[in-house]
Design a protein around this ligand. Structure first.
Ligand SMILES: [Zn+2]
Length: 218
């Protein structure tokens, strides 16, 4: 399947909304569509278009490994018997892949300052100093990563109440940086918006991209 591209490259507002929709549909393909971002009818159409593209990608394998399938947020959702924390605890064999750059680039760029603040290296770095991970990046989860690798849950919506912890003046939200992907995943799952994502920043290699998890197909 050819990779999905953003149909609004020349319109930043529409491109961003398409991207938000994509992230939501991709990470939470079975999610409840009534919880969409409040948008004008025009933009809502674009958001839904993005969500559909994301959904489609969620049901295919990561580009670099067709023996894996993406894990949906709904697979980690709390039920009466268990919590998402428990589901995350029981995730044993999984791999972290980069999500399509073209469809997460604006989100990561918008969130960069906040993520870098969470990582604790703000002040001297700009987004331009960091490059994206290679498209075929993957890493098997074996517990916490080395000191220079950080995972941060963040949300590219701009409607977070300023009084909330981790909210930037622009209205974006980020969680706490951790060397353990599972910590960021827990925070992303506890965040109230389906758009929440996980950034993987390597301060040694100076890379920063949006990543998500996949598990072996049975
Ligand atoms: Zn949010």
């Amino acid at each position: 399947m050819p990779p999905v591209t953003n149909p609004f490259p020349d319109d930043p507002e529409k491109a961003e909304v398409f991207e938000l929709g994509y992230l939501t549909g991709f990470q939470d393909p079975a999610g409840n569509d009534s919880n969409f971002l409040p948008l004008t009818p025009d933009l809502l159409d674009i958001y839904v278009q993005g969500a559909e593209a994301g959904r489609e990608d969620a049901h295919s394998s990561p580009v670099s490994d067709d023996a894996m399938k993406w894990v949906a947020k709904s697979d980690l959702d709390p039920t009466a018997e268990s919590s998402s924390d428990e589901a995350i605890e029981h995730l044993t064999v999984f791999t972290i892949f980069k999500i399509a750059e073209e469809l997460t680039g604006k989100a990561i760029f918008g969130l960069f300052d906040l993520i870098i603040t969470a990582v604790g290296i703000q002040g001297n770095v700009s987004p331009e100093q960091f490059r994206p991970l290679d498209d075929d990046f993957s890493e098997d989860f074996n517990g916490p990563d080395p000191d220079e690798v950080f995972y941060v849950a963040a949300c590219p919506r701009k409607d977070h109440p300023q009084v909330e912890v981790g909210v930037s003046p622009d209205g974006f939200w980020s969680g706490t940086a951790s060397h353990d992907f599972k910590d960021a995943l827990r925070e992303a799952m506890h965040h109230e918006h389906r758009e929440s994502l996980i950034a993987r920043c390597d301060t040694g290699a100076q890379t920063c991209s949006v990543v998500w998890l996949a598990e072996p197909t049975q």
